[in-house]
Design a protein around this ligand. Structure first.
Ligand code: 5GP
Ligand code: ZN
Length: 136
C-alpha cells in the first residue's frame, strides 16, 4: 500500500517527477538528488515498507535481481570501475527516508568517495559470544 505522507511512495508511484532510469510494475529506480558519484541511484519499491524489517521477502528477493541488472547496465554504460550497493535501516544506520531503498553507487578509480567503516578489534571469545547470541 502507498503511504500518503511518504515522499518515496509519491516518487515511486509517479506523483512527484524524478529522473527515472528504470520502471516496472513493482519498482522505480531514480537518480539520487545528492549523488555520491555520477549515476548514484535509488531502487524504490512502489509498495510502502519503512525498511528491511517491513519488506516482504518476495519484494526483497526481486529487489536484488533489479539491482544486479542495473549494476550490469551501469558498468557497461557509465564505464564505472565498481559498484557499491548500500541499504540503510534505522536512524542509527544512517537511514534518513523511511521507505525502503537500495542505493546503487557506481565507483570510479580515484573518485574520492568513502563508503567505509573503521575496523574494530575483538577477541575470539567475544566473536564466539556474539555468534551464540545471534544463533540463539
Ligand atoms: P538514506 O540516508 O535514507 O539511506 O538515503 C536517502 C537518500 O535519498 C539520500 O541519498 C538523499 O540524497 C536521497 N533523497 C532524499 N530526498 C530525495 C528526493 O526527493 N529525490 C531524490 N531523487 N533523492 C532524494
Ligand atoms: Zn513510502
Amino acid at each position: 500500500m502507498k503511504k500518503e505522507d511518504c515522499i518515496f511512495c509519491r516518487i515511486a508511484n509517479g506523483e512527484i517527477p524524478s529522473e527515472t532510469i528504470y520502471e516496472d510494475k513493482d519498482f522505480r529506480i531514480i537518480l539520487d538528488v545528492g549523488p555520491a558519484t555520477k549515476g548514484h541511484a535509488l531502487i524504490l519499491p512502489k509498495e510502502h515498507a519503512a525498511d528491511l524489517f517491513e519488506l516482504p521477502e518476495e519484494t526483497a528477493s526481486r529487489a536484488l535481481i533489479v539491482a544486479k541488472r542495473m549494476a550490469q547496465n551501469m558498468k557497461e554504460r557509465l564505464l564505472c570501475d565498481g559498484i557499491n550497493l548500500v541499504q540503510n535501516n534505522g536512524v542509527a544506520a544512517g537511514q534518513t527516508v523511511s521507505h525502503f531503498h537500495i542505493h546503487i553507487i557506481p565507483r570510479y578509480q580515484e573518485d574520492g568517495q568513502r563508503i567505509n567503516w573503521v575496523p574494530g578489534k575483538c577477541t575470539q571469545e567475544e566473536l564466539e559470544a556474539t555468534r551464540k547470541q545471534i544463533m540463539g
